[in-house]
Write a protein that binds this ligand. Structure first.
Ligand SMILES: [Zn+2]
Length: 176
């Protein structure tokens, strides 16, 4: 007794945090017989950083630490049976309003890079169409440099600070 499963929404980008996890542990668990939703098309698409497929549309994954030490990233609403000890966890037990708060926070922080990307693409298209292809070769690297050197570090810092104020939950295994 005493120990208990824990669940925590992860940002998909929290690789700098103290409790950083090895990347994509769920892929190593495939052969253990977990029922996985069809993620193959998502995992084949280009991934941004350490983002888990589906994060943008479906909300951030919830990391569940089983009492036995197994760990998995679930989507909100998923039920999961631990392959090692057969405890059952149901993420629907997490208060939806709390999860929504986290989802909205992540969405807000995603707007800046998305807006920057769309603006760059629009400019690139504009320059291309107006015959100024050379400008595109200057523009795109500049945007990348500005983003990674100037904008992203403080943006990430604010995001991690905001995430630290967010709750984690004790998710009890269901009685079988
Ligand atoms: Zn377990």
């Amino acid at each position: 007794m005493g120990k208990r499963g824990r669940a925590q929404a992860n940002s998909g980008e929290l690789d700098l945090s103290v409790d950083a996890q090895p990347p994509a542990p769920e892929y190593m668990k495939g052969p253990l017989g977990i029922k996985r939703r069809k993620r193959i098309p998502f995992s084949q698409r280009e991934r941004l950083g350490h983002e888990t497929p589906g994060t943008v549309l479906r909300g951030p994954p919830i990391t569940v630490d089983c009492e036995c030490g197994e760990q998995i990233d679930l989507q909100y609403g998923d039920r999961w049976t631990c392959p090692s000890c057969e405890r059952v966890y149901d993420t629907n037990k997490i208060p939806r309003d709390q999860y929504e708060k986290i989802r909205k926070l992540q969405f807000r922080f995603r707007l800046l890079p998305v807006a920057l990307g769309l603006a760059s693409i629009s400019l690139a298209i504009f320059f291309t169409l107006s015959g100024n292809v050379f400008a595109v070769f200057v523009l795109l690297p500049s945007v990348l440099v500005v983003w990674f050197m100037l904008l992203r570090p403080p943006h990430r810092r604010r995001f991690h600070q905001a995430m630290q104020d967010m709750p984690s939950w004790d998710l009890r295994a269901e009685a079988q």
